[in-house]
Structure formats: structure tokens, C-alpha cells
Design a protein around this ligand. Structure first.
Ligand SMILES: C[S@@+](CC[C@H](N)C(=O)[O-])C[C@H]1O[C@@H](n2cnc3c(N)ncnc32)[C@H](O)[C@@H]1O
Length: 293
């Protein structure tokens, strides 16, 4: 028993001690930039060791480098390594989000965009870095209140497969309902009872119009089709100029003429090339196609 305790203590000490070397941090930093466009500044060294350290040790590696090298060189058929690669991506992304975040965008959607969409063709929104789905469902609630259900749909995508799975469930702790205005809460959120106590779920009517998939916005996303509104909010902050430009090129191509782009209020497109008109801070529009003469 005594022996067991001291072994546990020794393991604990070892767990505590695993530090990330500068070289290994560089390896991880370069890799996540390459795959996701995410820039990890040197100040993020502790964050990386905090998020991946336990995993590195659980899998029996003694350094971060030993853990990351097979991930960097993974071959597509190597299922275990492909899964571990996704695990590392999930661990290295920051997924903070909430319902009705930056509400001015949703006011603009309701007051300016939706009236333009009334009674016309079916409209599509893309929440391009959707995290656990709050952004997509917020837009869905706004559209539900104003448009008939077959007139719109929303696609949410994120590089983090875990948050994409959560988003698909549309199930959240009650504490996350705080920022949802009461008219939307009453109309589109169901309070859990019994086993679901302490949770709420987005109503099936709204949920059925929203789908999610894992996708990387630094890569071409032609298969998603074209959109009337793309929300690219609070993700550009993780990218340098080159990665921002790549993402913007990919997304602007997915906008229909006249379609809108929202970016986060703290973000900027300064210094980037794009064919968009700025409507107001953080809201852009792709010019409508010129009619033929
Ligand atoms: C801070 S959250 C923002 C969520 C939401 N858009 C909002 O404004 O609340 C940033 C999200 O971007 C995702 N992300 C980072 N790099 C990405 C990439 N290359 N492709 C797709 N999603 C990415 C992260 O996984 C994370 O969920």
C-alpha cells in the first residue's frame, strides 16, 4: 500500500514536471500554422503545454516532440494517427462563444438584411468558425421569427470536430441562455426536465434548419456552395496577414453577389485585398452583379 502510494506520488511528480522545450514548441507552432493558419505567439507556450501535456503523458511519450512528430508526418490511411492529429487540433483551438455575441450583427440581420430577403428565394447563411453552434443558432432564431421555415438554412463549420459534435446536439447548460432575449428564449428554447435538468435545447423546428460539419477555412470550401451571408467572427484574430488573406479569398468566393460578410468587431481587414464594400464597421457586402447592357 505504502509502495503504491509512493509510486503514485512519483507518477504525479513526473506528470507535473513535463515541460515543453523551445524546439518542441516550435515544432507544434509551425505545424498548427501549417494546418489551421493559427499563429501561436511565444507567449502561448504554457497554454500549449497545459492543453496537450496530459495527453502526451497518457500516451506514454516523454516529450512533446515525440508526440507531435507522428502527427506531422501522418499518412491518410493511418487511422490512429489521423485521429490523434484531430485530437491535437481540437486541443489547440480556442472556442469561446456565446449566444447573441456582438448583438449589433443580429440587429443588422433582423432590421436590414431580412427585409431584403422577404418573399424571395431560399437564403443560406454560413457560420464559418461556428464553435459549439451558438452563433449559428442565434442567427437561426432571428430568421425563424421573420421568415417561413423553408426560406432559409444555415451551415456551421469549424476545424474542431469536438465542438462541431456539440453544436449538432443543440443542447446547452441553462447558464448559457443568459444572453438570449426573452422572446427568443420563449419561442425557441426548451428547458430540460428529469435527466436533462439544468440544460436547454433549441427547438426541433429551428434545429432542423441548421447543420454542422468539420471544415478548415484555410482550405477551399467549394463543396459548401454559395451563401447570402457569411459570419467570420472572432477567428481572424488567430491568423497572421497571409492566413487572413487565404481565408478571405476562400470565403469571398462563396458569397453570392450582394451577399454580406460579418467579421468580429475587434477584427479588421486592413491591408488585405478583397472585392467587398464596407457597409459599416465589421459588415461588408459583395457588390451585386452588374446587369448586362
Ligand atoms: C473564438 S471561436 C469564435 C466562435 C464564433 N464565431 C463567435 O464569434 O463566437 C473561434 C473558432 O474558430 C475555429 N477555427 C480556428 N481556426 C480555424 C480554421 N482554420 N478553420 C475553421 N475553424 C477554425 C476554432 O476552432 C474556434 O471554434
Amino acid at each position: 500500500m505504502h509502495m503504491q502510494q509512493s509510486e503514485t506520488q512519483a507518477q504525479y511528480e513526473q506528470l507535473k514536471k513535463l515541460a515543453i522545450s523551445d524546439n518542441d514548441f516550435e515544432l507544434i507552432r509551425n505545424w498548427i500554422y501549417e494546418v489551421a493558419g493559427i499563429t501561436l505567439t511565444p507567449a502561448k507556450k504554457n497554454l500549449v503545454s497545459g492543453r496537450l501535456g496530459k495527453r502526451v503523458q497518457e500516451l506514454g511519450y516523454s516529450t512533446f516532440g515525440d508526440y507531435i512528430r507522428p502527427i506531422i508526418t501522418v499518412r491518410p490511411g493511418d487511422t490512429a494517427a489521423v485521429q490523434e492529429r484531430q485530437y491535437a487540433i481540437n486541443a489547440l483551438t480556442t472556442n469561446e462563444t456565446y449566444f447573441f455575441r456582438e448583438p449589433a450583427h443580429f440587429d443588422f440581420l433582423r432590421d436590414v438584411i431580412v427585409p431584403q430577403w422577404q418573399g424571395s428565394e431560399a437564403r443560406r447563411i454560413w457560420s464559418a468558425a461556428s464553435s459549439s453552434g451558438e452563433e449559428a443558432y442565434t442567427a437561426a432564431m432571428v430568421l425563424s421569427m421573420a421568415l417561413s421555415k423553408n426560406q432559409w438554412s444555415i451551415v456551421g463549420t469549424d476545424i474542431n470536430s469536438e465542438v462541431v459534435n456539440q453544436a449538432g446536439k443543440a443542447l446547452y447548460p441553462l447558464s448559457r441562455a443568459e444572453k438570449i432575449p426573452s422572446q427568443y428564449l420563449k419561442a425557441y428554447c426548451l428547458r430540460g426536465i428529469g435527466k436533462m435538468d439544468g440544460l436547454f435545447q433549441i427547438t426541433p423546428k429551428v434545429k432542423s434548419r441548421v447543420s454542422f460539419k468539420t471544415a478548415n477555412i484555410t482550405q477551399d470550401q467549394t463543396s459548401l456552395g454559395h451563401f447570402d451571408l457569411i459570419m467570420l467572427r472572432n477567428v481572424l484574430i488567430y491568423f497572421d496577414k497571409e492566413a487572413k488573406q487565404r481565408v478571405l479569398d476562400n470565403l469571398v468566393k462563396r458569397l453570392k453577389p450582394g451577399g454580406y460578410l460579418f467579421i468580429g468587431h475587434a477584427e479588421s481587414l486592413n491591408g488585405l485585398d478583397y472585392d467587398l464594400k464596407m457597409i459599416k464597421t465589421s459588415i461588408y457586402q459583395r457588390p451585386a452583379e452588374k446587369s448586362g447592357r
